[in-house]
Design a protein. Structure first.
Length: 293
């Protein structure tokens, strides 16, 4: 039974990653992805936050929070993977600049594909990681489905519009199955996480990542929210691909699953940011009307 569940969990990872990328491509155009990235200064800050400061933050956390080797690997893998497919939805909830959110997501995802295979072996000395295997799995499972979706969207817009909701639903369902299966397969390990430093380390990583992105995303409130959420919401899809394919210890994937669960709190954060933006806009409109009168 355990072997069957493990096979289903692996299949769920593949289905979730592929369908989430495909759904994204079916809903976007190349122009939507590229246009917001003309602000090179902001793009530079985004790259600095996600690929330099967040990994450094993970190392700093490991200096103060005691974790096992496998748990530390999971935290580092999560810290190096950026460009989460869920980012545009968070940005929409936060009333941020959605176009920039989409462009930022794809940029970070593409850089992740090149960055992780090169940097991860350097960050994890003594751990055997095959860079070509990591790059190959990320390109095959993430960039190729995205490219297919973009092609269909460009050439067959009506078909893309009709298929996108179904593909997106499949992705969401696969993610639910994955979380349930991982909880079942690693229940004892998950229970063992309670009372250890894993929860504290992950909460610190998410909080510090959000703060770094938010501070670097100014001066506009729309871009601050995008970069804050985009830096805090790590690319769990990419991290799971790397973790499941390259590490045998289940604690690595468990840390990633727990991290993904905790990142669900960003939905609440995004919602609160959206309410604050609405109140600010309402106040501004009221003041403008009063001034005109």
């Amino acid at each position: 039974m355990a072997v069957i569940l493990e096979s289903l969990a692996t299949l769920s990872v593949l289905v979730f990653v592929v369908t989430s990328m495909l759904a994204m491509g079916l809903n976007l155009t190349v122009g939507q992805i590229l246009d917001p990235l003309r602000d090179l200064r902001l793009v530079g800050k985004a790259l600095l936050a996600n690929f330099v400061l967040v990994p450094l933050a993970a190392y700093a956390i490991l200096l103060v929070v005691s974790l096992s080797e496998a748990q530390s690997i999971g935290l580092v893998v999560l810290a190096t993977a950026a460009g989460a497919p869920f980012l545009p939805k968070l940005v929409e909830m936060a009333k941020g600049e959605v176009a920039f959110g989409v462009g930022l997501m794809v940029l970070l995802m593409v850089v992740t594909v090149a960055y992780v295979p090169v940097v991860l072996p350097l960050l994890l000395p003594g751990v055997q990681v095959n860079p070509l295997d990591i790059a190959g799995s990320l390109v095959t499972l993430m960039l190729v489905p995205l490219a297919v979706g973009l092609f269909v969207k460009a050439r067959y817009a009506e078909a893309a519009a009709s298929w996108q909701p179904t593909v997106s639903q499949i992705s969401s369902t696969a993610l639910v199955f994955l979380v349930v299966l991982m909880l079942v397969l690693n229940f004892d390990t998950m229970v063992g996480v309670v009372g250890t430093g894993v929860l504290l380390a992950l909460v610190l990583l998410i909080a510090v990542s959000f703060a770094v992105g938010f501070l670097l995303g100014g001066p506009g409130s729309g871009t601050r929210s995008v970069l804050g959420l985009g830096t805090a919401q790590r690319n769990v899809s990419a991290a799971l691909v790397v973790g499941a394919a390259n590490f045998d210890d289940p604690d690595v994937v468990v840390v990633l699953v727990v991290g993904a669960t905790l990142m669900g709190l960003l939905i609440v954060v995004a919602g609160e940011m959206g309410k604050r933006t609405e109140r600010t806009e309402s106040t501004r409109v009221t003041e403008e009307v009063a001034y005109e009168d």
